[in-house]
Design a protein around this ligand. Structure first.
Ligand code: NAD
Length: 281
């Protein structure tokens, strides 16, 4: 029977570390990290995420601002807003909450954020740095997964890791981070034989968006299972991408949904913002 990985507790620890370092930065350099979140329009999920990010930023002692333009904002207007934030020395981190309205090209907006202020780690320059093994802000969700592995004493070096899902924000950066940690990494997608690949894995990371796609019987006994999936069910409850009850019987460690990876994403955003502030001269 697996031990549960308590993402809430680890996230609280990360925030406490960031808070302590922020106090030091204030005392030594008179510098207060600043995070601006841009939320366009009225997407209800975005509103919840942004509220959580603002709350965490305040808790760790950052300056935090929300800019909330109407959903009719034009692409050019949004680009000039990003440009203004790029030039504002009090703003060390800029996060443009996705999704953006359909008439806006999200890739153009992400690319317009100064790479040094891209605390989401989505800018092509930062994606390139991750790919090349250079330091830079890392996408918060996979960055949080790496911290969870560390917390349970799971060193990926020499292990077989299977990442299910290849999105630019979770699957691909996850695979690169595990590779950088010397795992032997397999990335699965719709054309993969999931049962066969998962059965070989010492570490399974599921980031698909399909409830309980990964069956418990596929899990290698003793594997560490990280479930990034957050699927809202008709009854309003959240379910992961892994068949939790059955997987728990075989894994050594497993993340619950909710309370596993979810809280880590915001905590790592705080870490990225602090690092962005520290890097300013
Ligand atoms: P996405 O839709 O961009 O990507 C999903 C990936 O899964 C794609 O690469 C696709 O090829 C693959 N896929 C889809 N169906 C598949 C199947 N049947 N078999 C194999 N592969 C399949 O999603 P995303 O943004 O990467 O998010 C994935 C999940 O993680 C979602 O449930 C999302 O809500 C969740 N998520 C959670 C957090 C968090 O903070 N916990 C953050 C981001 C995303």
């Amino acid at each position: 029977m697996a031990q549960l990985i308590d993402g809430k507790a680890v996230a609280a620890r990360v925030r406490a570390e960031v808070k302590a370092e922020t106090e030091k930065l204030k005392a030594e350099r008179g510098l207060v990290p600043g995070l601006t979140v841009v939320r366009v329009g009225e997407d209800p999920a975005s509103k919840i995420y942004v509220t959580g990010k603002k709350k965490a930023a305040e808790e760790v002692g950052f300056n935090s601002w929300e800019v909330h333009p109407d959903e009719k904002i034009t692409q050019d207007e949004l680009l000039s807003l990003v440009d203004k934030l790029n030039k504002d020395p009090a703003v060390h981190g800029i996060l443009v909450q996705l999704p953006l309205p359909k008439h806006i090209d999200a890739e153009r907006i992400i690319s317009a954020v100064k790479p040094e202020k891209d605390v989401d780690g989505f800018h092509p320059v930062n994606a390139g740095k991750l790919s090349l093994g250079k330091p830079g802000p890392r996408p918060c969700t996979p960055f949080g997964v790496m911290r969870l592995l560390e917390e349970v004493g799971c060193n990926p070096s020499g292990k077989r890791a299977v990442v299910v899902g290849r999105s630019n924000i979770v699957g691909k950066p996850m695979a690169l981070m595990l590779l950088a940690a010397d795992a032997t990494v397999t990335v699965c997608h719709r054309k993969s034989n999931l049962a066969a690949e998962v059965a070989n894995a010492d570490i399974v990371v599921a980031a698909v968006g399909v409830p309980e796609l990964i069956k418990g019987e596929w899990i290698k006994p003793g594997a560490v299972v990280i479930d990034v999936g957050m699927n809202r069910m008709p009854d309003g409850k959240l379910k992961g991408d892994v068949e939790f009850a059955a997987a728990k019987e075989r894994a050594s460690f497993i993340t619950p949904v909710p309370g596993g990876v979810g809280p880590m994403t915001i905590a790592m955003l705080m870490r990225n913002t602090l690092e962005a502030a520290k890097a300013t001269s």
